[in-house]
Design a protein around this ligand. Structure first.
Ligand SMILES: [Zn+2]
Length: 480
């Protein structure tokens, strides 16, 4: 790819147990640790996309969610932008990641588009081709004033992008990152049973994008990703061990315990009371699809193998202390996970350019003082929700998928629009099961279960059963 033609390289110093062919410790500089920490900032959908086509690229149920969006026809989405937003999720950290020595997910700056009647509509969209209230497509780009662009690229060199002001770090094979100390080296050696220092070797490696993507991949499938990335020419097999480390439990918070968010119809196999799939409305699918925009740091848990270790190290060493998940404004749907908040869309003004060689209008934000002191030049412009079209703009908090559609969601989170009869018959055929071996149960999901479902999506291939199993009635229903 063109953007990687002058690919930056990192030098890693590896201490290796030559006998076991295993990485004991790696020493790296801050630039590399920043790239490691940037993994945590990637939206789950981006991780799936970056690892697409690699051998071991299944990221829990997120790969299925992503595939569902890819496979679903555009007619099932509210607008074309909805599908784009989900397949190429954006994060508020994209701007910060531009400062990385190597950004594995380079993104363009958000662009702004207007319709041809802009001077009377006063609306713009971050997505080309959104429908304006006047009925025209918003497909003409409008530029942000230069001041705003400059401000966004200001950097601070005292600290790294994420890691706090040190120049050298030690990294264990299971991704615990720390500031180097003799004590830490000794503890790590004894934990790994490396008492004979003469068996240790040292190697210097220059690594680039390919190795970093491999490391990202193995982080999901091994507890020793450095060893697999740098020493072994094979994929790891200890993926199940990591999944066994933690089984998510449903944390029910008392304040919202009775507050129903989503009503689902679960198809349950009577024999083992296993949920085969659920049938649901668009609100639940919107929730599931929003999972793709949530970054890894809010999906994983500090107990989750090496990803958990990396998260814990990040919390210890990072300049970034934000603890809540904030998503771009256009991911906001009617019903949301309680732990997610949304940025406010920027407050925008348009002004007419005096220079005839410039385009007729430019946009500026309300923190551009140079222009704001001349308030008479500025007209307020509303940024539209790309999930709604034309005159529906006034409807707040719309969703990604078509209103009034029913969907089927499998245990491993494949989402398909439901076509009444055929879907049910297909399921029976696929499972080679008799109709009377199944029963339908209505379950009500609260925010706590929705959160548990998000976590289970990373760790289990059976997300619905893991998070909702205790919601279904275990006694067979009395026949009347
Ligand atoms: Zn218009």
């Amino acid at each position: 790819m063109a953007e990687f033609s002058e690919e930056p390289k990192f030098t890693l110093r590896l201490i290796i147990d030559e006998e076991k062919n295993k990485v004991v410790l790696a020493e790296a500089n801050r630039d590399f640790v920043d790239v490691l920490f940037s993994f945590l900032k990637l939206p789950m959908g981006t991780i799936v996309r970056l690892l697409e086509g690699r051998q071991k690229s299944k990221i829990g149920c997120f790969s299925n969610l992503y595939k569902s969006v890819t496979d679903m026809g555009i007619e099932n989405f509210e607008t074309e932008a909805c599908k784009q937003i989900l397949l190429n999720p954006r994060s508020l950290k994209d701007v910060q990641c531009k400062r990385l020595k190597l950004n594995i997910n380079p993104t363009d700056d958000l662009k702004y588009f207007k319709c041809s009647r802009f001077s009377s509509c006063n609306l713009c969209s971050n997505f080309r081709g959104s429908e304006c209230v006047c009925g025209e497509l918003m497909d003409k780009e409008i530029e942000l004033s230069e001041n705003v662009q400059v401000k966004r690229s200001i950097r601070n060199d005292v600290d790294g992008v994420f890691a706090r002001g040190r120049s050298s770090f030690l990294i264990t094979d299971d991704l615990k990152v720390s500031v180097g100390s003799t004590g830490l080296v000794l503890t790590t050696l004894s934990r790994l049973g490396c008492y004979d220092v003469s068996k240790l070797g040292e190697r210097f490696l220059d690594i680039g994008l390919e190795e970093i993507l491999t490391l990202l991949e193995y982080m999901f499938s091994s507890n020793t990703p450095l060893t697999y990335t740098f020493l072994k020419n094979q994929s790891p097999h200890d993926v199940d061990d990591m999944h066994r480390l933690l089984s998510p439990c449903v944390e029910v918070k008392t304040e919202d315990a009775n507050f129903v968010e989503f009503t689902l119809e679960a198809i349950v196999r009577k024999q083992d009371m296993k949920i085969l799939d659920v049938e649901c409305g668009e609100d639940f699918v919107d929730l599931l699809f929003t999972f793709l925009a949530v970054s890894l740091e809010y999906v994983c848990d500090i107990n989750l193998g090496c990803i958990g270790n990396l998260l814990r190290s990040f919390k210890d060493l990072s300049v970034d202390t934000a603890s809540t998940c904030v998503l771009p404004y256009y991911y906001k749907c009617q019903k949301q996970l309680s732990d997610i908040t949304f940025e406010e869309p920027p407050c925008l003004y348009r002004y007419r350019n005096s220079n005839p060689r410039q385009p007729d209008y430019s946009l500026t934000t309300d923190d551009d003082r140079r222009l704001l002191y001349r308030k008479d030049r500025l007209v307020h412009v509303t940024l539209i929700d790309p999930k709604s079209r034309g005159i529906d703009q006034s409807e707040n908090g719309s969703g990604f998928v078509k209103r009034g559609t029913r969907f089927t969601v499998s245990d491993d989170l494949m989402v398909t629009p439901r076509s009444s009869l055929s879907t049910s018959i297909c399921l029976l055929k696929k499972l080679q099961i008799q109709a009377d071996d199944l029963e339908m149960q209505v379950i009500n999901i609260r925010k706590a279960e929705a959160m548990s479902l998000l976590r289970a999506s990373l760790m289990k291939s059976s997300a619905l059963n893991t998070s909702l199993w205790n919601m279904i009635a275990k006694m067979p229903k009395e026949e009347t």
